[in-house]
Design a binder for this molecule. Structure first.
Ligand SMILES: Nc1nc2c(ncn2[C@@H]2O[C@H](COP(=O)(O)OP(=O)(O)OP(=O)(O)O)[C@@H](O)[C@H]2O)c(=O)[nH]1
Ligand SMILES: [Mg+2]
Length: 197
């Protein structure tokens, strides 16, 4: 996908305050530090579009970006980061919940999982909750550049096995790296497939 324009629209603490639009929207979510903001920059070929940080807890609001004046990306705060205060975790949790519940133009929510570690209960719980609430999701394993191919396969298989206990049909799964751009074409093809023809 050739990104001719990538505009930062704004940041919101509450889904209710966000501008309403019928443009197709794609959200990026996952634990803090998993690489959500970096992936948005990789997919849009813009280094500093979404703010990234090596310190978890960087993205603290709902950030909206407009691409090619046609589709929107949403960078969401990470869930479950222990060092963020309990109050803030609750605020983030509510922010995410309301956004997912109310956002009628959400075409797909990409749930990012760090491929370097074994499946985390908090990720499995979040993915399963999306399934129960009929939120359209696709999974993206991040930081593939840090792993050998055999490790990648083993960790992906572990995620599949954990999800198979609950899902009849697994959601799409992509492997990505913001460093090497692995997965960029596949993720864009997934986005294009969901758009109205
Ligand atoms: N090696 C490698 N590092 C990555 C990759 N993606 C992100 N990182 C690094 O991981 C750290 C976190 O990246 P972010 O994109 O800020 O993560 P985030 O999920 O947006 O984090 P929060 O906003 O804090 O929830 C940064 O130091 C990135 O450089 C990747 O694909 N490969
Ligand atoms: Mg972020």
């Amino acid at each position: 996908m050739d990104i001719k324009t990538a505009d930062y629209i704004g940041s919101w603490q509450k889904n209710a305050d966000m501008p309403h639009t019928e443009l197709p929207e794609f959200g990026f979510i996952g634990r803090s530090n998993v690489g959500k903001s970096s992936l948005i920059n990789m997919l849009t070929d813009r280094k500093g579009l979404a703010k990234t940080s090596s310190t978890p807890g960087k993205t603290q609001s709902i950030n909206l970006f407009l691409l090619n004046k046609q589709i929107q990306f949403v960078d969401l705060p990470g869930y479950g980061y222990a060092k963020v205060s309990k109050d803030k975790r609750e605020i983030f949790g509510k922010m995410i919940k309301h956004y997912l519940h109310d956002r009628v133009n959400l075409y797909c929510l990409f749930v990012l999982i760090d491929l370097r570690i074994k499946p985390q209960q908090i990720d499995l719980d979040f993915i399963n909750e999306c399934g129960e609430n009929d939120i359209p999701i696709a999974l993206i394993g991040t930081k593939a550049d840090k792993l050998k191919p055999a490790e990648l396969e083993a960790n992906k298989a572990a995620i599949d096995a954990a999800l198979m206990k609950v899902w009849n049909e697994l959601p799409p799964f992509f492997i990505s790296s913001a460093e090497t751009k692995v997965g960029r074409n596949e993720i864009w093809n997934c986005i294009k497939d969901t758009l109205p023809k």
